[in-house]
Design a protein around this ligand. Structure first.
Ligand code: FPP
Length: 221
């Protein structure tokens, strides 16, 4: 959900206000994705690197997360949305963690769409945690070497399909430590639109673009 800071700067507003508008933009996009039959929507809400931002910005983001969960969970539940996370969420402030646990328990039986919140998420951190878990759980009788499927089974995304489409708002041309393993064959769509201005129309444009891609997965066409 990139571009909140620039959106705010262009209007002479605080970065926190940009993030507030960013959160506002999220619900209509989630609803539209669900309406269109998307099964999993992951949003990159807070990275392992974002702790390096000024403390007041980090606090504002954590407060917005709690506000979002408290105000939107029941409506999303009514739409059939299950809320889950990826990332090292145990390092989030207790109040954020409590709101996340409540939201995920409350929506646990929903099955129309998964809203996957990437929080304290970094792909490299995820892979290292996965390898460490694999080593800790390994029995002497198991295969001696790590395999792709054994690693996949330890990632935070276990049970989720690899993303088909990666949408990057605000025109940046980089992955920023997002799902490096899982996006091996994701189609990438980049829009100049700053996240607070991203809405259902832009989502439909991205999907329309995706429909015209030829996916070869390393094979010939
Ligand atoms: C990137 O914009 C955005 C973020 C680092 C935070 C996104 C988080 C939220 C919108 C709120 C919390 C999450 C939920 C799920 C409600 P930027 O600050 O890097 O923008 P810039 O590149 O223009 O400065």
């Amino acid at each position: 959900m990139d571009g909140n800071g620039r959106w705010a700067r262009q209007r002479g507003l605080s970065r926190a206000e940009g993030h507030r508008q960013g959160v506002k933009a999220l619900k209509p996009v989630v609803k539209e994705a669900s309406r269109l039959g998307i099964r999993v929507l992951t949003v990159f809400a807070f990275s392992t690197e974002n702790w390096q931002r000024p403390p007041e910005e980090v606090d504002a983001l954590m407060a917005l997360l709690v506000e979002f969960l408290r105000s939107e969970t029941l409506e999303l539940k009514a739409e059939g949305v299950l809320i889950r996370t990826i990332g090292a969420i145990d390092d989030l402030p207790p109040v954020s963690l409590a709101a996340l646990h409540w939201a995920s328990q409350e929506t646990a039986t929903q099955s129309r769409m998964i809203l996957n919140l990437a929080l304290n998420y970094g792909s490299r951190d995820e892979i290292v945690r996965a390898v460490n878990r694999w080593m800790a759980q390994r029995h002497p009788a198991d295969e001696p070497e790590l395999t792709e499927s054994a690693l996949t089974a330890q990632l935070d995304t276990v049970g989720l399909p690899d993303p088909d489409l990666l949408i990057r708002s605000s025109g940046e041309l980089r992955l920023s430590n997002f799902m490096l393993w899982q996006c091996a064959y994701a189609e990438i769509y980049i829009t100049e639109t700053l996240w607070p201005d991203f809405g259902p129309d832009e989502l439909r444009r991205a999907l329309d673009d995706y429909r015209h891609r030829q996916r070869r997965f390393g094979r010939i066409g």
